[in-house]
Design a protein around this ligand. Structure first.
Ligand code: ATP
Ligand code: MG
Length: 205
């Protein structure tokens, strides 16, 4: 059981934490004179912090894959998911594709759900819901973003999931949710979930 995780909550959306590190501008920022609004642009480091604001953080412990599946099923019932962009972070074999498969299955995708590792993206069309599941592990050519139509997929309505988003970071929008999956002993996983937009916070509400 992870520190701070209450028994019985593992299959839900986790324990709530007040984020101490990223949700404010920090002491050193506050000691500086405030820029004259309208006359002076905000300093770049302040703008960077605005763009990386974390609205909510949750910590989960998945003791096994069934807990991963239970969390995916809970998330699949949230209406805000239908327009969400969710990033899946974690090392090789962490469980990013496994989580995506459980989520897609819970949403109603049938048949084999391929890992997008080779194709970079797999798309699914459910009644009233388009889903794009990306894996940017092999993505190394920004031109492919345009040529393969990834820009259009991100601009279109629907759910977007991305594994290895750090490999395409400059091209990607701000995620609504980031899942950070860390392998533990055997099948255990420690999972930190960060809501980075109002939609992401609604997903965790
Ligand atoms: N608690 C758990 N949650 C998720 N997967 C688990 C868990 N316990 C065991 N597993 C297993 O761990 C493996 C995770 O592999 P998966 O392909 O999902 O990793 P990945 O993060 O997508 O890796 P890659 O970076 O190579 O794409 C699967 O075989 C899955 O069955
Ligand atoms: Mg994967």
């Amino acid at each position: 059981m992870a520190a701070g995780v209450q028994p019985g909550l593992e299959a839900g959306l986790g324990t709530r934490e007040v984020d101490a590190g990223d949700s404010d501008l920090g002491e050193s920022e506050l000691k500086r004179p405030l820029p004259q609004l309208l006359d002076e642009p905000l300093p770049a480091e302040v703008m960077l912090q605005v763009h990386t604001l974390i609205l909510e953080t949750r910590s989960l412990h998945w003791p096994d894959e069934a807990a991963c599946a239970a969390f995916a099923a809970t998330l699949s019932r949230r209406p805000a998911l239908r327009e969400a962009y969710i990033e899946l972070h974690g090392p090789l074999g962490a469980g990013k594709t496994t989580f995506a498969r459980h989520l897609l299955r819970a949403l109603g995708v049938q048949g084999h759900i391929k890992s997008p590792t080779y194709a970079v993206v797999e798309t699914y069309g459910l009644p009233g819901l388009a889903i794009s599941h990306f894996d940017f592990y092999r993505f190394d050519d920004a031109q492919e973003w345009e040529d393969a139509g990834f820009r259009e997929l991100f601009a279109a309505p629907g759910l977007k999931l991305a594994e290895w988003p750090e490999k395409a970071a400059p091209l990607l929008p701000e995620a609504d949710l980031q899942l950070h999956i860390e392998p533990g002993d055997d099948d255990g996983r420690e999972v930190r979930i960060e809501a980075r937009t109002a939609r992401g916070a609604a997903l965790l509400a």
